[in-house]
Design a protein around this ligand. Structure first.
Ligand SMILES: [Zn+2]
Length: 239
């Protein structure tokens, strides 16, 4: 799905009305494909670094007749959380992050973008609605406009970080569709993940290799040297 007739316009450079048209199309495709398929995965690979072979800004939409692994895991954990705590997991999480404001990147009346505390990519973010929304098609007119606005703000920040058209893989997760449309999906909360590969500059990227492939993900945190820390403590704080 192409975002714009111009082949050099990425989302952050598009107008709010143009981004809104993309959001409407996402919702439309979720309805159309979701009528029969249990999972409709909307995702964007942006930039050659993320394996994007067609430079014309676009996303892809894959529909499957099964729930992929990520979807199954999120379904299970969200269901468990609702049963245990009586509130959807990501709704409760968004409220906590909105209160603390430590990991909040941008926010508006309907949405917030946080660096989730489990982030493993250097500039990973999670885009969340403030109200309980299961699927893209449930977003109101106002929420679609404010989504266009917060996406533009987030993606502009990404571009400005290293002054480069920021590469990433992003995608939407919402309640399963097809045969699940009639089921209770109240444990689900719509959200989008952003996974950018860059680490320290436009040219230095993070690789998920070695220990990460064989053991677990590592966070490449760089602490500013603090002279008051003893060398031993400084070493134990460095990942
Ligand atoms: Zn997700």
């Amino acid at each position: 799905m192409c975002f714009h007739p111009w082949s050099d316009l990425t989302l952050p450079l598009m107008s709010l009305a143009e981004i809104r048209a993309v959001i409407d199309k996402w919702a439309e495709l979720t309805v159309e494909l979701g009528a029969s398929y249990p999972w409709v995965q909307i995702f964007e690979n942006k930039g050659a670094m993320m394996g994007c072979s067609n430079p014309h800004p676009h996303c892809q939409v894959w529909a499957s007749n099964f729930l992929p692994n990520e979807a199954r895991l999120e379904d299970r954990t969200q269901r468990q959380h609702l049963q245990e705590r009586g509130v959807p997991l990501l709704l409760e999480y968004a409220r906590l992050e909105a209160q603390r404001k430590e990991r909040l990147v941008v926010e508006n009346a309907d949405w917030l973008v946080v660096v989730p505390y489990w982030a493993v990519w250097p500039f990973q973010t999670l885009l969340l609605p403030r109200r309980h929304v299961c699927r893209l098609q449930e977003l109101s007119d106002g929420e679609r406009d404010s989504l266009a606005s917060i996406m533009k703000r987030l993606l502009t920040k990404y571009d400005n970080l290293f002054e480069v058209s920021f590469p990433y893989s992003m995608g939407w997760h919402g309640a399963p569709t097809g045969p699940h449309l009639g089921a209770d999906c109240g444990h689900w909360q719509l959200h989008a993940h952003y996974y950018p590969p860059l680490l320290r500059s436009a040219a230095v990227r993070k690789f998920m290799v070695g220990y990460e492939m064989l053991a677990q993900a590592q966070r490449d945190l760089t602490l500013r040297p603090l002279p008051e820390l003893s060398p031993g403590l400084r070493a134990s704080c460095s990942l």
